[in-house]
Design a protein around this ligand. Structure first.
Ligand code: KG4
Ligand code: ZN
Length: 355
C-alpha cells in the first residue's frame, strides 16, 4: 500500500488530500476562494496567493486528520508544480518542500493537467482503464485532446489556438453579467433558455484537432452588446463592460445557444479523433467536464464508452494530484528540494521518459 499526500494551489483552490495506490481516497479537503474572487469577476492573483498562505497549513492538517494518519504513514508528497499562477504555485511548492524536508519524504512535482487526467482513476468501483485512451481535458486554462498509450505516455493531438473552453464560458458569463465562474452560471441559465434562439457560428470545422473559441466569443459579443456610441471603437470581448447589453437580449437564450455551440465544437473534434485512432475509451476531465450537456452529447455521439469524473473531482482538487503522484512515484520519479514552480509548464512536458 502506497499513501501519497497531494497538495494543490495552482489557482483559486487550496487543497490537500491523501490517496492510496492512486485510486482510494482517505481524505480530500478543498478550501475554495471562489466567493472572494467573484467580487472581482475573475481570479485576482495577488489575493489568491495571500489566501493560499493563510489556508495551506490548516487544509493540510485537516487532510491528515481526516485520513487518521501520521506523517510516518505517508510515502511521498506530490505537489502541483505548474501550470498555474506563479504566486499561488509558490505557496504549495514551498509548503510541500518544507514537509518533505521535515518529514524526510520524497517530493514529486506534478503537472496540473496530468492531475486532471488522473481524476479519472478516482472513480469508485469503476472497471480499470485499459490503454490506449483518448483524453479531452477542458478547464479554465486548457483545452487539449490527447492520446494516452500508458501511464505518463501522451501524444498531443490538438489544443486551443486561443481561449480555453472554460475561459470562453467565463468570458461569456461576464458579458451576460452572470456570477463568476461563468461555466456553472451559463449551464444554469441555459436550462431556462431556448437553444437555437441565436445561431452562433461554429468555426474550426477544419481537419485539425485544434479548438478555437474566439470566433464564437465574438459572435456572442456582437449579438448581445449595445452598439458603441458613434465614433467610439470597441476593443474586443475583453473590454466589454458587463451589463452593457442590448435591451432585447434574453440572457437564458444566449447562454443556451452559446453552450450548445461550444459543446458541439468540443464533441465534433473529439469524435473525429476517436474515429481515427483505435482507442478503448474516451476520457473527459477538467472543470468543463462538469457540464451536463457536454457529457450527454459526447456519450450520444461517441463510438466508444465515455468516462468522466464525479462532479467534485472535475474542478481543482488535490486528490487528483495525489493520484497522478502515485503513478509517477511507481515509475521511480523523484523531485529534488530544488523543485521550482513552472507557471507555463506545457503539456508536452508530460511526455516523460521516466515512465
Ligand atoms: O479545472 P478547473 O477547476 O481549473 C483550471 O484548471 O482551470 O476549471 C475551471 C473552469 C472554469 O472556467 C469554469 O467556468 C469551468 O471550469 N466550469 C464549467 C462548469 N463548471 C466549471 N464550464 C462549463 N460547465 C460547467 N458546469
Ligand atoms: Zn484545473
Amino acid at each position: 500500500m502506497t499513501l501519497i499526500l497531494g497538495i494543490e494551489t495552482s489557482c483559486d483552490e487550496t487543497a490537500a488530500a491523501v490517496v492510496e495506490d492512486g485510486t482510494r481516497i482517505h481524505s480530500n479537503v478543498v478550501a475554495s476562494q471562489i466567493e472572494v474572487h467573484s467580487r472581482y469577476g475573475g481570479v485576482f492573483p495577488e489575493v489568491a496567493s495571500r489566501m493560499h498562505i493563510e489556508a495551506i497549513q490548516p487544509v493540510v492538517r485537516q487532510a491528515m486528520n481526516e485520513a487518521k494518519l501520521t506523517p510516518a504513514d505517508i510515502d511521498a508528497i506530490a505537489v502541483t508544480q505548474g501550470p498555474g499562477l506563479a504566486g499561488s504555485l509558490l505557496v504549495g511548492v514551498n509548503f510541500a518542500k518544507g514537509l518533505a524536508l521535515g518529514w524526510d519524504k520524497p517530493l514529486l512535482g506534478i503537472n496540473h493537467i496530468e492531475g486532471h487526467i488522473y481524476s479519472l482513476w478516482l472513480i469508485e468501483d469503476a472497471p480499470p482503464i485499459q490503454f490506449p485512451v483518448l483524453v479531452l481535458v477542458v478547464s479554465g486554462g486548457h483545452s487539449e485532446l490527447l492520446l494516452m498509450a500508458g501511464h505518463g505516455d501522451y501524444v498531443m493531438l490538438g489544443n486551443t489556438l486561443d481561449d480555453a473552453a472554460g475561459e470562453a464560458f467565463d468570458k461569456v458569463g461576464r458579458m451576460l453579467s452572470l456570477p463568476y465562474p461563468g461555466g456553472p452560471s451559463i449551464e444554469k441559465a441555459a436550462k431556462q433558455g431556448v437553444t437555437g434562439a441565436y445561431n452562433f457560428t461554429r468555426p474550426m470545422t477544419d481537419d485539425s484537432f485544434n479548438f478555437s473559441f474566439s470566433g464564437l466569443k465574438t459572435a456572442v459579443m456582437r449579438a448581445v452588446q449595445q452598439p458603441p456610441a458613434s465614433g467610439k471603437r470597441t476593443r474586443g470581448v475583453e473590454s466589454m463592460e458587463p451589463g452593457n447589453l442590448k435591451a432585447e437580449v434574453n440572457v437564458n437564450d444566449v447562454a443556451a445557444s452559446f453552450q450548445a455551440a461550444a459543446v458541439e465544437m468540443l464533441v465534433s473534434k473529439t469524435i473525429k479523433a476517436a474515429r481515427m485512432y483505435d482507442v478503448t475509451e474516451i476520457l473527459l476531465a477538467g472543470g468543463v467536464s462538469a457540464n451536463t450537456l457536454l457529457r450527454e452529447e459526447l456519450k450520444k455521439a461517441a463510438i466508444r464508452p465515455v468516462r468522466y469524473p464525479p462532479l467534485k473531482f472535475c474542478t481543482d482538487n488535490a486528490a487528483m494530484i495525489a493520484a497522478a503522484g502515485y503513478f509517477r512515484y511507481q515509475a521511480g520519479q523523484r523531485s529534488t528540494l530544488e523543485l521550482d514552480v513552472l507557471p507555463m509548464l506545457p503539456i508536452a512536458a508530460l511526455h516523460s521518459p521516466n515512465i
